[in-house]
Design a protein around this ligand. Structure first.
Ligand SMILES: *Cc1c(COP(=O)(O)O)cnc(C)c1O
Length: 399
């Protein structure tokens, strides 16, 4: 498993599990391995540890432990939240949902399926800066609206949405509000009471916890439909023997992320500022998403006249792991739906680069990226027939 030293700037796709989380997880494989549903001592001991982890996670979100439902990750939490709200809405004849054009595919693909099942979905504009306006949400809500779902922070461009304001609009209109906070939890403060949300999704592997475990916060009093049939786990809403090691790992990682949040954010923000300043010197480049309302660790830029895929492969040759958008769309040749939602033309959206940092990213890593990216962009532009047309003035520059 020897790997060459890489510069990992794809933390929005996934993070390394922290040493602390891993250490806390290990005893749950060979020591505390009972099934929390078993009545014997080993099972009851596991149940106590499960309850403790639930309380720890709830405390960090300012939720009640009974409001936390464990899932297999962000995608499942999103699916369950939407399916439950849709089913409960349909019972009351409400078959309209409000969302945005730049949600994660776990939301968008579920919405597409609901549309095929007879729901109507309004996809709000995210404007040129990648920020949703609460007033747009307000105008979109109708008498038959069952749910509003708007992500807390976008995973491709890092923009942070005015969630408390949107939640207040929904509350005034008595419409259920869900937020996909997968990219935000552990990176910016997330307090479910202060935000006023009804449901909120999170996933451990986006904040240095293990993969395959997440949670859905559901405010007390909000009905939650059963998502997986079987045993009575998660108060009958999600059957399946609990991933106790993973859940403990998520609790440990969340504690660590919250305790170190201010320091990490300060460091990442400074490194991102350097990246933005340095990469903006490349002619015909642009920063995507609002300059201020953003997560501390995500930078997304477009460079005209190149293909993001080529850029990624050449950076990979130099040991730099980056992304052109979400991991789910890489491999397909379509430009990112997020960048198109900002109103970027296809040609521009194709030339995108997302760099997502962690608190382990160093100044040296940033130096290496600031050296590599301009060289690779120039190399690709020199071979590009499109760039030649742009430079000869046969086509107008779009950035
Ligand atoms: C990663 C991510 C998801 C999916 O989470 P998984 O745990 O990988 O299923 C959903 N939404 C956002 C915003 C994400 O960044």
């Amino acid at each position: 498993m020897a790997q060459r030293k890489t510069i990992y700037m794809d933390n929005a796709a996934t993070t390394a599990t922290s040493e602390k989380a891993l250490r806390e997880m290990l005893p749950y494989y060979r020591e505390v391995y009972g099934n929390p549903s078993s009545l014997h001592g080993a099972g009851q001991s596991a149940k106590e540890h499960l309850d403790a982890a639930r309380a720890r996670i709830a405390a960090r979100l300012n939720a009640d432990p009974a409001e936390i439902y464990f899932t297999s990750g962000g995608s499942e939490s999103d699916n369950q939240a939407l399916r439950s709200a849709a089913a409960n809405g349909a019972k009351r004849g409400k078959k309209h949902i409000v969302s945005t054009a730049f949600e994660h595919h776990a939301i968008l693909h579920t919405l597409k399926k609901l549309e095929r099942e007879g729901f109507e979905v309004t996809y709000l504009s995210v404007h040129e800066n990648g920020v949703v306006l609460p007033s747009d949400v307000e105008s979109a809500i109708r008498d038959d609206t069952a749910l509003v779902t708007v992500m807390l922070a976008n995973n491709e461009i890092g923009t942070v949405q005015p969630i408390a304001e949107i939640a207040a609009v929904c509350k005034a209109k008595k419409v259920l509000f869900h937020t996909d906070a997968v990219q935000a939890v552990g990176h910016v403060p997330v307090d479910v009471r202060a935000l006023g949300v009804d449901m909120l999704s999170l996933s451990a592997h986006k904040f240095h916890g293990p993969k395959g475990v997440g949670a859905l916060y559901v405010r007390r009093g909000v009905p939650l439909a059963t998502f997986i049939e079987g045993g009575a786990q998660e108060r009958g809403r999600r059957a399946g023997t609990e991933n106790l090691a993973g859940i403990v790992g998520m609790a440990a990682a969340l504690d660590e992320a919250c305790d170190g949040m201010e320091k990490a954010a300060k460091k990442e923000r400074a490194l991102c500022d350097r990246l933005i300043a340095g990469l903006s010197k490349i002619p015909h480049s642009r920063l995507n998403g609002d300059r201020e309302k953003r997560l501390p660790g995500i930078v997304n830029m477009c460079f005209e006249g190149i293909e993001g895929e080529g850029l990624l492969l050449l950076l990979d040759d130099r040991g730099i792991c980056a992304s052109s958008g979400s991991a789910c769309t890489s491999g397909s040749l379509d430009p990112s739906h997020v960048l198109l939602a900002l109103g970027l033309p296809h040609e521009v959206a194709h030339g995108s680069l997302r760099l997502s940092l962690s608190d382990e990213t160093t100044d040296k890593d940033v130096d290496a990226v600031l050296k590599a990216v301009p060289e690779v962009v120039e190399y690709l532009r020199n071979m590009s027939p499109v760039w030649e047309e742009l430079e000869k003035g046969e086509k107008p520059h779009l950035i």
